[in-house]
Design a protein around this ligand. Structure first.
Ligand code: MN
Length: 233
């Protein structure tokens, strides 16, 4: 095969790096479902069921300061603030002990969710993509390298909408911590440089509407601000 493509090559999805003009290239986006006990309670789910995974397309990432148009088909889009883990390397069957060696850095993201469509597809035993994997559904703030942040085991994770705090948790409330998540994901697929993991959301998820200003922060990791825009025509 030559290196010539028959259509223009799609742009490389990427996330900004804090304090730099450099970018982190995104290969895949993995997300953890139900990783904080209080969120499982608010969703009425089985507290003893293990967390599980779903994915978003790489080009769902949007950066800090973005306006995300209110998406099509839904009447109930929710915010879910999450710790984002960015991998510099990967592999299969990565042990918990070695998992942190594969992490380039961390950031704060939002797993935007068309909750009505997610629940409808769940109840029909259909895939979750319509609820989770839509355009611009993965806002991510600038990433910081682990050399700067260390590997956080705790720290406040919060989201406010129009100045009112909606989600306020701590990273130490995760059911599966980051190394355990990497271990389980790497049993399912081969992880690689450029993969990011959205590690689940604490309690307090809720609906967001056009005009909302969402502000997120994870202590020691960073911030993310987005605006929800008018619905797509
Ligand atoms: Mn989530």
């Amino acid at each position: 095969m030559s290196d010539k493509y028959v259509i223009p090559q799609p742009p490389q999805a990427a996330i900004a790096v804090a304090g730099s003009s450099d970018k982190f290239p995104v290969r895949r986006i993995w997300c953890v479902g139900r990783n904080y006990i209080e969120h499982i309670r608010e969703m009425g789910q089985d507290e003893r069921a293990p967390p599980f995974f779903f994915a978003k397309p790489a080009d769902a990432v949007v950066g800090d300061g973005a306006t995300v148009p209110y998406p099509s088909l839904t009447k109930d889009m929710h915010f879910e603030v999450e710790l984002v883990v960015a991998l510099k390397s990967g592999g299969r069957n990565i042990s918990v002990e070695k998992a942190n060696d594969h992490i380039w850095g961390y950031g704060v993201g939002i797993d935007l969710t068309r909750r009505d469509l997610q629940i409808a597809s769940r109840d029909l035993k259909r895939p979750w993509e319509v609820g989770k994997s839509f355009d611009m559904s993965a806002p991510c703030g600038p990433l910081k390298p682990a050399s700067e942040t260390g590997h956080p085991k705790n720290g406040r994770i919060m989201l406010s909408a129009n100045g009112a705090i909606k989600q306020d948790g701590d990273l130490n409330q995760m059911i599966w911590n980051v190394p355990e998540t990497i271990w389980k994901l790497s049993e399912m697929v081969e992880l690689a440089a450029g993969d990011i993991i959205m590690t689940g959301t604490p309690a307090g998820v809720g609906a967001t509407v056009a005009g909302d200003k969402l502000s997120c922060e994870i202590e020691g990791i960073g911030k993310l601000n987005i605006t929800i825009g008018a619905p797509l025509k």
